[in-house]
Structures are given as structure tokens and as C-alpha cells.
Design a protein around this ligand. Structure first.
Ligand code: AMP
Length: 215
């Protein structure tokens, strides 16, 4: 099943994608994670993306499309994927269709995680990420058992450089400029389902699993 998770930064796309990937035994593909990995490894792409990401802006479509096309050459996507963070613009949705159709594939389901700005700002400015396994924690809502360490793999936890309030607000603004055309596009294609992401992560997960079983 080729599933796309849409929603503002902080809607829980990453958390849901990780759990779904385990449950459905599909790869979790996050364009943000791939870009951060490139920044960490100081690749050409990483050097081009770093400053843009720190400002909360979007990396140019052609760079991200090429990166994704390469990722889709991995045979692990033969039964599907959980795509998180892509598409973010209408041209990216067109690119996604084009890249997939060249491989004889298509998006089956798009789940839109709807949530309020207040919830997002609280979630993101308190978010902690494991440097080893990518698990998410929160300083207040979900603190780790041991300060600074991941509960599952004991990796060290860090705050993403774009999870400060100024950049979060910019990311939200960028997101809002682009999202309505994406929603329209997937509505027309009859692939879109909206869920209230302010509900607990378990409730949302259950709803996505139910939707995916109907595809
Ligand atoms: P995320 O981890 O999805 O919040 O993404 C972090 C940052 O990576 C974004 O603020 C963008 O700068 C960049 N990024 C991730 N996905 C995309 C995309 N599909 N198009 C452009 N930029 C992206």
C-alpha cells in the first residue's frame, strides 16, 4: 500500500509513520530525515539544503524529487511505503505521480492529519529526537525515563535546530500557503481522508490502520 501522510509540521506524521511502518511492514520514507542525513554527512545536497532548512523554507522541488526518485529505486518499496513530508506542494504531487507511474505504481491513500497551531507549537518546541533510532519524545508530554537518553536504544536525545518557535511559525506559514491546493488535488482524486490529529496517537493510529485495510 502506497500511503502518503499529509499535515502540518508537528501533526504527528513522523510518529504515525514509524508505527505504521512497523505494523504494516512497509518502509517509512521521510524526506526531512533523508535531507537531515545529507546535512549530517555533508553531501552536496546537504550543503545546498542546510541553510534553507534552518530558515524553515522548502528545499527546491527538483532537488527533493531527484532524491526521492533515487530512494524509490530501493526494492524495499515493492509492497508499498509510508511517505512522510512529501509532497508539500502541488508540483511535488505531480512529480510524485510521475515518478511512481514510471515504475508502474501509484499513491493508494492520502491521510491528512488535521491539527491546530497551538498544539503544533507546543509539540514542536518541546520535541526531543533520538540521534540513533529517530524516536520522538517531549520535554513535558512524553519525557524520557532518563534525562537526555532514548527509552528504547539509549541513544542521546537532541532538539532539532528548526524546532525553535520562530522557525516553527515560519514552517507553519509555508505549509499553509501550499496545503490547500494539495488537499484539493487529492480530494478530486478521491484518495484523501482527514483525521483529527489532536486526538491521542493511539486513536489516530487505529483510524489509519482501519482506512488502510479498506484500500
Ligand atoms: P520535516 O522533517 O518533514 O519537518 O522537514 C524538515 C525540513 O526539511 C523542512 O522544513 C524543509 O526545509 C525540508 N523538507 C522536507 N521535506 C521537504 C519537501 N518535500 N520539499 C521541500 N523541503 C522539504
Amino acid at each position: 500500500m502506497y500511503l502518503v501522510l499529509l499535515g502540518p509540521p508537528g501533526a504527528g506524521k513522523g510518529t504515525q509513520a514509524k508505527r505504521l511502518a512497523e505494523k504494516l511492514n512497509l518502509p517509512h520514507i521521510s524526506t526531512g530525515d533523508i535531507l537531515r542525513q545529507n546535512v549530517k554527512l555533508d553531501t552536496d545536497l546537504g550543503r545546498q539544503a542546510k541553510g534553507i532548512m534552518e530558515k524553515g523554507l522548502l528545499v527546491p522541488d527538483d532537488l527533493v524529487a531527484k532524491m526521492l526518485d533515487e530512494r524509490f529505486n530501493n526494492p524495499d518499496i515493492k509492497n508499498g511505503f509510508i511517505l512522510d513530508g512529501y509532497p508539500r506542494t502541488l508540483p511535488q504531487a505531480y512529480s510524485l505521480d510521475k515518478i511512481l507511474s514510471a515504475k508502474g505504481l501509484a499513491v493508494d491513500l492520502v491521510v491528512y492529519l488535521d491539527t491546530s497551531d497551538q498544539v503544533i507549537i507546543k509539540r514542536l518546541t518541546g520535541r526531543l529526537v533520538c540521534s540513533k533510532c529517530g524516536a520522538n519524545f517531549h520535554t513535558i508530554n512524553m519525557p524520557p525515563k532518563v534525562n537526555g537518553l532514548c527509552d528504547s536504544c539509549q541513544g542521546s536525545l537532541y532538539q532539532r535546530s528548526d524546532d525553535n518557535e520562530t522557525t516553527v511559525r515560519k514552517r507553519l506559514e509555508v505549509y499553509k500557503q501550499e496545503v490547500s491546493s494539495l488537499i484539493e488535488y487529492y480530494k478530486k482524486a478521491q484518495k484523501l481522508h482527514s483525521l483529527n490529529a489532536d486526538l491521542g496517537a493511539e486513536v489516530v493510529l487505529k483510524q489509519i490502520v482501519e482506512l488502510s485495510a479498506k484500500v
